[in-house]
Ligand binder design. Structure first.
Ligand SMILES: CC(C)(COP(=O)(O)OP(=O)(O)OC[C@H]1O[C@@H](n2cnc3c(N)ncnc32)[C@H](O)[C@@H]1OP(=O)(O)O)[C@@H](O)C(=O)NCCC(=O)NCCS
Length: 174
C-alpha cells in the first residue's frame, strides 16, 4: 500500500475515535481470550464515556504521550507511552513503558506497529531513557511474536489483568 496515513500526536478531539478503535481492536485481538460479556461491557455507554475521559486526561499528563495513525480522517492506529512506567517493579529501575499499541485489523502486518515503536523509542531517548517494558496478555501470541521480532526479551516478572496473566518484554534502546 502506498503510504496513505500520517502519524501525529493525539489531541483531546481524537478521544471518541480513539476509544472506538480501541474497542474494535480488543474484540479482534482478544476474541479467544475474553468472552463477549467483557467486550459488551467495554462498549456500554458508561464505559465508553469513562474511557473518553481517561484518554483526555492522558493527553494532558506530562508523564505520558499518545500518538495516532490517521488515514483519510479515520484513526487506524494508536500508541501510548509513559516516560516512567506505572509498574513499581519497573519504575524503581527507571524503565519507561509502552502502555498501549493497537492497529486496526485491516492495517496490521504492514509495518505501522514498528513505526510506532520507533516513535516511542525516539520519545524516551530524547529524555535519556534507555530501558522500557511492554506488558502483554500471556495468551496474546501474535503480539508476543511481534515483540520478539522487535527485540524484546521476555522478563522474569508477571502480573494479572482481569484474571489473566500479563507477562513483560523488556527492551534496551540501541
Ligand atoms: C501487535 C501489533 C501492535 C503489531 O503491529 P503491526 O503493525 O501489525 O506489526 P508490524 O507490521 O510492524 O510487524 C512487525 C513484525 O511483527 C510480526 N508480527 C506482527 N503481527 C504479527 C502477528 N499477528 N502474527 C505474527 N507475527 C506478527 C511480524 O513478524 C512483523 O515482521 P515482518 O513484517 O518483518 O514479518 C498489531 O498487530 C496489533 O495491533 N495487534 C492487535 C492488538 C494487540 O494485540 N496489541 C498489543 C496489545 S499488548
Amino acid at each position: 500500500m502506498t503510504k496513505e496515513y500520517i502519524i501525529r500526536r493525539a489531541t483531546k478531539e481524537d478521544a471518541e475515535q480513539y476509544t472506538k478503535l480501541n474497542n474494535l481492536v480488543w474484540r479482534q485481538a482478544y476474541k479467544n481470550i475474553f468472552d463477549n460479556t467483557v467486550f459488551d461491557k467495554r462498549e456500554s455507554a458508561d464505559s465508553v464515556s469513562n474511557s473518553i475521559d481517561y484518554f483526555i486526561k492522558q493527553t494532558k499528563n506530562s508523564n505520558e504521550f499518545c500518538y495516532v495513525v490517521e488515514r483519510q480522517g479515520q484513526i487506524i492506529g494508536q500508541m501510548t507511552g509513559a516516560y516512567l512506567s506505572h509498574i513499581e517493579h519497573y519504575s524503581q529501575r527507571n524503565f519507561a513503558e509502552l502502555m498501549a499499541i493497537y492497529i486496526h485489523p485491516d492495517y496490521q502486518h504492514i509495518g505501522i506497529g514498528k513505526e510506532l515503536l520507533n516513535i516511542f523509542k525516539s520519545e524516551i531517548q530524547a529524555k535519556n531513557i534507555s530501558h522500557f517494558v511492554i506488558g502483554v496478555l500471556e495468551e496474546n501470541y501474535p503480539a508476543r511474536q511481534a515483540y520478539e521480532k522487535w527485540g524484546g526479551v521476555l522478563d522474569n516478572y508477571n502480573n494479572t489483568f482481569a484474571n489473566k496473566k500479563v507477562i513483560y518484554y523488556a527492551y534496551t534502546v540501541k
